[in-house]
Design a protein around this ligand. Structure first.
Ligand SMILES: [Zn+2]
Length: 305
């Protein structure tokens, strides 16, 4: 027999996997199941399979989808999905709405994650809240007065592409130069490894760099300097964003977010801010981890019930 409590199907579509779970009152009520991300529109088949499986046991009241790429207000994928070929242009919301006749929300993954941080994360209720995801790329989301800043062209929160320089030193994945992402992402960190370890950079991964910085040998000082430079670039990006949004709290997430030394980053950022703001910065790490996107999309969908 189906459980009568209304649940939301939360789905997170990433470049390598699709994750799904049922969410009720901001909490996951099933384990998170994953499948490998198929090409382009076949993703819709994966969503249907998840729906069919979960709906055998639960009453599904809505679907919240968090996805890589820019998403229009009417739930179409409108840009930046290089890691999911063939997904751009898909009218996800209208296709699913016709099929299931349920409230459907489709949101950019970093925006959805920021919303989860605001609703149930460590920075619950912060106004404004700025979330920064540090991983292979750099993403983010901004919440002002409890609402996502989605922008006029659906690019609100695309903080990875603010500029840290004008000297054309670092090529970004977006084809422009010197974006925040080109310095603060995993690729940015690899560029620092190449700078500090010119002869053996190919054998040093970002994970090894962090390990090396905690050991005591002749290379550990170089590793520490590379990590300090990386923190400095992140501080520059945060400083620029701080002066636009004046966030109450900044949340760091993503695989590399876990490696940040909060105390050091706060100190470096404070030195760059307007002097009057130097004690105003509050940075913390996400407590929601990888499931923030899925959770945020489900929370957004539950608003429309
Ligand atoms: Zn860029």
């Amino acid at each position: 027999m189906k459980q009568q409590k209304k649940t939301i199907l939360g789905i997170d579509i990433g470049g390598t996997k699709i994750a799904a779970a049922l969410v009720s009152n901001g909490k996951m009520v099933t384990p998170v199941y994953t499948v490998k991300t198929p090409k382009g529109k076949k993703i819709l088949n994966s969503i249907s399979t998840f729906y069919e499986q979960f709906s055998k046991k639960y009453l599904i009241a809505g679907i919240g989808i968090s996805t890589a790429g820019m998403v229009s207000d009417d739930g179409q994928i409108v840009g930046s999905t290089g890691n999911i070929p063939g997904w751009q242009g898909t009218k996800v919301k209208s296709i699913l709405q016709k099929k299931y006749r349920l409230p459907i929300v489709v949101e950019n993954d970093a925006n959805a994650a920021a919303y989860a941080e605001y609703q149930v994360g460590s920075a619950k209720g912060a106004n404004p809240l700025l979330m920064i995801t540090l991983g292979t790329g750099v993403g983010g989301g901004v919440i002002v007065n409890g609402k996502l800043v989605r922008g006029a062209h659906f690019a609100g929160g695309e903080i990875g592409h603010i500029k840290l320089s004008y000297t054309k030193q670092r090529l970004c994945t977006c084809s422009r130069y010197d974006c925040f992402e080109a310095y603060a992402s995993g690729n940015g960190l690899l560029a620092l490894i190449k700078h500090y370890f010119p002869e053996k950079y190919k054998s040093v991964s970002t994970r090894q760099l962090f390990k090396l910085s905690k050991t005591k040998n002749k290379n550990s000082l170089l590793a520490i300097r590379a990590i300090e430079d990386w923190h400095f670039y992140i501080a520059l990006g945060i400083c620029n964003l701080f002066h636009v949004f004046d966030p109450e709290k900044i949340v760091l997430s993503g695989g590399l977010g876990e490696e940040i030394n909060i105390k050091h980053l706060t100190k470096e950022t404070s030195k760059l801010l307007l002097p009057a703001l130097s004690n105003s910065i509050h940075i913390e790490k996400s407590i929601l981890g990888n499931n923030a996107g899925l959770l945020g999309a489900a929370l957004l969908a539950s608003q429309s019930l």
